[in-house]
Design a protein around this ligand. Structure first.
Ligand code: SF4
Length: 694
């Protein structure tokens, strides 16, 4: 029996892992966190939690944490510990020197979906108001940027349409490219409860995930598609709905543009999107596709939940548009039990995007080209904002290799481990003259850094996170920052060292500025969140207590927009040298590249990544369960142990990417989404062959 002692106080705060946004009581004894207790009044979790939020907080006190700022002249020199003031002066002088020598566009920032709204807002303010450019991007670039584009185009705003409670009234649940069982476990348990009550489940996924079947429920259809063919599947579903006249004419006539519908209907009715033709591309049986379309269109309230298996493709944005099309065709938007709901991977992906982290948008998804929006910030900050969009992460790295981008402030993001084409990322970082890494740990990117600002954990700061249902939850400081300052204070000190006159004394003041300048946050304040427990944006005069359901009477953009979704095969092709397709995912106990969870006791449940191989492919290669294999792609190779399983079909292999040894991004390609540059992590042509191990 674990003796945890008696806590002397408890502070309610929000989980820093996935986008469900569970709330916990952090029970403290003195300065020591003794346990995290799921908070029964947490509106996203209602007293439930998963093994990450509940147990995986040990990283916050792990010995690997860096607690002193560090600098070095060159990346070949040893790190030198310095005081904060010296680190700030060193970093600011370098960045100022770079801008003087190479111009104001030669520096930029990358911010993290792990940080609070207030921290993220300050980082984009640093870029626009101090660096005087729009070179700000977020790690959402590599996960949900297609959601931003696709839902923005079709509905008018980049956010999930319903609240989590809404799943309790869904009659049909379609899960596309997501495995909530592992990735969003607390939402999954609410979804499974509804499935056990009789709601029908359709899963679109190249792998038979744990979501497909569970105790007392089973998917009515699992559309087991070839990786990379999502657009063909969603367009074929629309083909069936249109050609069998299963669409909701009244909804389309009142909420969309009828002429656009006629154009779209003509497009999807083409025989090349029939289930039979689609089978040749996707491998999905026509009857299964037809049945899934009929269930979705006629089964009552139908809700779609999707994840990175949708977005991380060369046609990620097109698939998001295709999903929105399905909801509009069938009238499944704007009431409880329906909707289009991106399952956000990180705790604050939604907030990171809301806060203007993208290089083309100011907070609230307003384009930097809009002079009226720029004027709001220009008047408040006393600066002139660049009207031209800045560089995305891949563009920053390309420009660095070309010699025009020289300085990067990277907060809470390990781009060397997380971004595709590791060699190119390393080359870009190596070519810069000032890389500032702001993180808890000396991560892989820090190998190329000149300055290290030690970061604070979620337990050491106040602020807010916004979850996948647009719910703004409080993050509360339960202990003093071990390295002295919360991350928003570090960014402020850096801005001051660069010459800015910033004087925030608490993150609530930053939220006041966000509310003053961002219409969808106009009614948000810490007082209101404290009173109501949380609020879902938009919060304004029309909805002073927030908005659980969006697009109820009309879409944010006015009429919903049905857009053609032409399927274009990825350029990543299989062939004799690389005949298999690799796709990736997560397991329940671990989180992303494992920087946090590997430094907790959760690692006992998963001490290495393994490659799942179908028995047919394993036998053809003389591979046995547990063997080491060489996994090679056109980009690179690595070594993994094998699990032989029919969860993956012949021709498909699968791995998680929680351990750095796996080097998954040495394997992945540099293909990316046509609209947003989100990397195509989910499709890589590979070969698997026996190996003696690393
Ligand atoms: Fe944290 Fe997500 Fe688990 Fe909830 S479901 S405890 S938010 S990781």
């Amino acid at each position: 029996v674990l003796d945890i002692g008696t806590p002397d106080r408890a502070v309610v705060t929000t989980c820093a892992y996935c986008g469900v946004g569970c709330q916990f009581k952090a029970e403290m004894r003195g300065d020591e966190l003794v346990r995290m207790v799921p908070y029964k009044h947490g509106k996203a979790n209602r007293g439930h939690s998963c093994v990450k939020g509940r147990f995986a907080y040990g990283y916050t006190t792990h010995k690997d944490r860096i607690l002193k700022p560090m600098i070095r002249e060159s990346i070949n020199d040893p790190w030198q510990e310095v005081e904060w003031a010296e680190a700030m002066e060193f970093a600011a002088n370098r960045m100022k020197g770079i801008q003087e020598k190479y111009g104001r566009q030669s520096v930029g920032v990358i911010t993290s979906s792990r940080c609070t709204n207030e921290e993220t807002y300050l980082v984009q303010k640093l870029t626009r108001g101090v660096f005087m450019n729009n070179n700000t991007d977020t790690c959402a670039r590599v996960c949900h940027s297609p959601t931003g584009y696709g839902l923005g185009q079709t509905f008018g705003t980049s956010a999930g349409t319903q609240d989590f409670d809404s799943v309790e009234e869904a009659d049909v649940i379609m899960v596309i490219g997501a495995n909530p069982h592992s990735g969003h476990p607390v939402f999954a348990s609410r979804m499974k409860k509804r499935l056990r009550q009789g709601a029908k489940l359709i899963v679109v996924d190249p792998r038979r995930t744990e979501t497909v079947e569970g105790p007392h429920y089973k998917a009515a259809q699992h559309l087991n598609l070839t990786p990379g063919t999502n657009v063909a599947v969603v367009t074929a579903l629309a083909h069936v709905i249109v050609t069998e006249k299963l669409y909701n004419e009244e909804f389309i006539r009142t909420r969309c543009d009828w002429d656009e519908f006629l154009d779209y209907a003509e497009f999807v009715s083409n025989e090349k999107y029939s289930p039979e033709a689609t089978m040749l591309v996707t491998g999905v049986m026509p009857d299964a596709l037809r049945d899934a379309a009929r269930i979705y269109a006629t089964g009552g309230n139908a809700a779609i939940y999707y994840g990175l298996g949708v977005t991380e493709h060369s046609q990620g944005s097109t698939t998001v548009i295709g999903i929105a099309n399905l909801a509009m065709l069938t009238g499944n938007v704007g009431r409880r039990g329906v909707g289009v709901n991106p399952l956000r991977g990180q705790n604050n992906v939604q907030g990171s995007c809301d806060m203007g982290s993208f290089p083309h948008e100011l907070p609230g998804y307003r384009h930097v080209k809009n002079p009226e929006v720029r004027a709001i910030y220009e008047n408040l900050w006393g600066v002139k904002i660049d009207p031209e969009p800045g560089l995305r992460i891949p563009n920053m790295l390309d420009a660095a290799v070309e010699g025009t981008f020289k300085g990067l402030y990277c907060q809470g993001e390990d781009i060397l481990q997380s971004d595709p084409d590791t060699k190119h990322v390393a080359a870009g970082l190596a070519a810069m003259e000032c890389v500032i890494v702001h993180d808890l740990f000396l991560n892989e990117t820090a190998n190329y850094a000149h300055v290290f600002f030690p970061g604070s954990s979620f337990l050491e700061k106040d602020g807010t996170f916004t979850n996948a249902e647009r719910r703004i939850n409080m993050v509360r400081k339960v202990m003093a920052p071990k390295q002295g300052y919360a991350d928003w204070e570090v960014t402020q000190m850096f801005a001051q060292a660069m010459g800015a006159n910033w004087n925030y004394t608490h993150p609530s003041q930053i939220m006041e500025e966000i509310a003053m300048t961002t219409p969808s946050f106009a009614g948000v304040s810490y007082e209101k969140i404290e009173t109501l427990g949380s609020v879902q944006w938009p919060v304004n005069d029309k909805a002073p207590e927030g908005t659980p359901l969006m697009h109820v009477d009309g879409f944010v953009r006015g009429k919903g927009k049905l857009i053609r979704t032409e399927y274009v095969a990825t350029d990543e092709k299989t062939g004799p040298r690389f005949p298999l397709l690799l796709t990736t995912g997560r397991i329940l106990s671990q989180y992303n590249v494992g920087a946090q969870t590997r430094r907790t006791e959760n690692v006992v449940w998963h001490d290495q990544d393994v490659l799942e191989v179908n028995p047919h492919d394993a036998e053809n290669r003389g591979i046995r369960d547990g063997d080491w294999v060489r996994l090679a792609s056109r980009a690179g190779e690595t070594t993994l142990r094998v699990t032989i399983t029919d969860k993956v079909s012949p021709g498909v292999v699968y791995t998680t990417f929680h351990h750095p040894d796996t080097q998954a991004n040495v394997i992945t390609t540099d293909f990316s989404d046509w609209a947003t540059n989100c990397p195509e992590y989910k499709v890589t042509a590979v070969q698997v062959s026996p190996s003696n191990g690393p």
